[in-house]
Design a protein around this ligand. Structure first.
Ligand SMILES: NC(=O)c1ccc[n+]([C@@H]2O[C@H](COP(=O)([O-])OP(=O)(O)OC[C@H]3O[C@@H](n4cnc5c(N)ncnc54)[C@H](OP(=O)(O)O)[C@@H]3O)[C@@H](O)[C@H]2O)c1
Length: 307
């Protein structure tokens, strides 16, 4: 593979989306426990532009992207759970590329009923699962409040909580109100027109994917003894203590979380929703700008490697 070159997006300096450069690089070679994948589609997540802006650091140059779907084209030493030609999806570090290597354990067989674009967009489910169940310890019958129920993480969180038998309350706006209801929320509050904190009773678990003023107004919504999980910034320990609740920053992203999510995806009990697909790979900057600056739609942004 060493003489074969592939297209990839690389970042050589932190900054705006103009730092995403389309380049030719040598094709990677899978190491022990890894597989080489022809990438069909990559998920585009807020973390991608946050890293590009330098809010989180990676050794430069780096290839952006944290998740993908594609077809296995070569197996590294010791890989017995995948086959060449198999369609897979999962965590791929550096997924804005035609070809990438990833640990085989982090990749799952793509369900037939999901397109490659949909399968590339399931990482938010792993985040949601970790936040709700690993950290939040959400159980059947509990009340859970999910901010941004139409978002890349939120639309999975609503489905996962509903499937677990929780009573789901979520926020959304405009046309997304009905969409979030269709995912399993019993109450959907329009955060643009209604003060969410006085619109419903207190909950056992609150998942915040918005932060800022939304986080500040959320402590009071959690029952004493309950838990608030924020994915965007560290919650205030003082405000949590004053409210008599536990507050945690970030979910977990364990392999176990992804295994649980994969089972639900296989059975079609949860489903990714695609906000917009950008193609081909050279549209990476437009895809990140869309993720960062917003646009109409719901669910996840996807970058398809070829038109
Ligand atoms: N720490 C971690 O492990 C981790 C992992 C994944 C993500 N994150 C973070 O979590 C955040 C969300 O990620 P995402 O992929 O879900 O983002 P996203 O898909 O870009 O979120 C867009 C959604 O946010 C909603 N929204 C915007 N302002 C809102 C508000 N004030 N109240 C309620 N909803 C609002 C919009 O709802 P409407 O369209 O209905 O108005 C839209 O559907 C990002 O900051 C990301 O970096 C953290």
């Amino acid at each position: 593979m060493k003489d074969i070159h592939i297209q990839a997006i690389r970042v050589h300096a932190y900054g705006g989306s103009d730092q995403l450069k389309l380049e030719e690089i040598p094709a990677p070679v899978p190491g022990p426990g890894e597989v080489l994948i022809d990438i069909v589609a990559s998920g585009v997540n807020p973390v991608d532009w946050k890293i590009r802006e330098g809010m989180m650091q990676r050794p430069l140059p780096y290839i952006p992207g944290v998740e993908a779907s594609g077809v296995v084209v070569a197996l590294g030493e010791g890989v017995t759970d995948k086959k060449v030609g198999q369609a897979v999806y999962g965590a791929v570090d550096g997924s804005y590329t035609a070809c990438a290597v990833a640990p085989s354990a982090q990749l799952f067989p793509k369900p037939f009923h999901l397109s490659f674009e949909e399968a590339a967009a399931c990482g938010g489910a792993k985040t949601a699962w970790g936040a709700l169940f690993d950290v939040g310890k959400l159980t059947k019958g509990q009340r859970v409040f999910i901010h941004a129920g139409a978002g890349g993480v939120g639309h999975f969180a609503v489905q996962l909580a509903f499937h677990a038998g929780a009573y789901v309350i979520a926020t959304a706006s405009g046309e997304n109100l009905e969409f979030v209801k269709s995912l399993g929320a019993s109450e959907v509050i329009d955060y643009k027109t209604t003060p969410f904190e006085t619109e419903t009773d207190q909950v056992d678990v609150l998942l915040d994917t918005v932060g800022g003023d939304t986080l500040d107004r959320s402590y009071q919504l959690v029952k004493p003894g309950g838990i608030l999980v924020c994915l965007v910034q560290p919650p205030s320990p003082e405000k949590a203590t004053a409210a008599g609740i536990r507050a945690e920053w970030g979910g977990t992203k364990t392999l176990h979380a992804m295994q649980e999510v994969a089972k639900l995806l296989d059975k079609d009990l949860i489903r990714p929703s695609i906000r917009k697909v950008f193609a081909p790979l050279s549209k990476a900057a437009a895809a990140q700008d869309y993720s960062q600056l917003g646009g109409p739609g719901r669910g996840k942004v996807v970058l398809k490697i070829e038109e």
